[in-house]
Design a protein. Sequence first.
Length: 58
Amino acid sequence: MNRATRRATDNSHAHRAATTTHGEHVIAPRPGHYVPLTDPILIAEQIRLMTARRDRVR
Protein backbone atom coordinates (compact mmCIF):
# COMPACT_ATOMS: atom_id res chain seq x y z
CA MET A 1 0.00 0.00 0.00
CA ASN A 2 1.49 3.33 -0.96
CA ARG A 3 1.81 6.19 1.53
CA ALA A 4 -1.18 8.18 0.29
CA THR A 5 -3.45 5.15 0.48
CA ARG A 6 -2.11 4.22 3.93
CA ARG A 7 -2.72 7.78 5.17
CA ALA A 8 -6.28 7.77 3.79
CA THR A 9 -6.97 4.36 5.33
CA ASP A 10 -5.60 5.44 8.72
CA ASN A 11 -7.71 8.61 8.60
CA SER A 12 -10.80 6.58 7.75
CA HIS A 13 -10.18 4.17 10.63
CA ALA A 14 -9.54 7.04 13.04
CA HIS A 15 -12.76 8.72 11.96
CA ARG A 16 -14.76 5.53 12.48
CA ALA A 17 -13.27 5.07 15.96
CA ALA A 18 -14.06 8.69 16.83
CA THR A 19 -17.74 8.20 15.98
CA THR A 20 -18.22 5.63 18.73
CA THR A 21 -18.56 6.24 22.44
CA HIS A 22 -15.42 4.38 23.47
CA GLY A 23 -13.65 4.09 20.12
CA GLU A 24 -9.89 4.25 19.89
CA HIS A 25 -7.69 4.03 16.82
CA VAL A 26 -4.49 2.14 17.56
CA ILE A 27 -1.75 1.95 14.93
CA ALA A 28 0.31 -1.21 15.05
CA PRO A 29 4.04 -0.49 14.95
CA ARG A 30 4.58 -3.54 12.73
CA PRO A 31 1.68 -3.26 10.32
CA GLY A 32 0.63 -6.23 8.33
CA HIS A 33 -2.48 -7.54 6.68
CA TYR A 34 -3.46 -9.59 9.72
CA VAL A 35 -2.35 -7.81 12.90
CA PRO A 36 -3.38 -10.65 15.27
CA LEU A 37 -0.66 -12.73 13.62
CA THR A 38 1.96 -10.02 13.15
CA ASP A 39 1.53 -8.33 16.54
CA PRO A 40 -0.49 -10.54 18.94
CA ILE A 41 0.94 -8.80 22.02
CA LEU A 42 -0.54 -5.50 20.87
CA ILE A 43 -3.94 -7.14 20.41
CA ALA A 44 -3.79 -8.78 23.85
CA GLU A 45 -2.76 -5.49 25.49
CA GLN A 46 -5.61 -3.59 23.84
CA ILE A 47 -8.12 -6.23 25.00
CA ARG A 48 -6.71 -5.96 28.52
CA LEU A 49 -7.06 -2.16 28.45
CA MET A 50 -10.62 -2.34 27.11
CA THR A 51 -11.72 -4.77 29.80
CA ALA A 52 -10.01 -2.72 32.52
CA ARG A 53 -11.87 0.41 31.36
CA ARG A 54 -15.13 -1.54 31.24
CA ASP A 55 -14.59 -2.86 34.77
CA ARG A 56 -13.94 0.67 36.11
CA VAL A 57 -17.25 1.87 34.65
CA ARG A 58 -19.30 -0.89 36.26
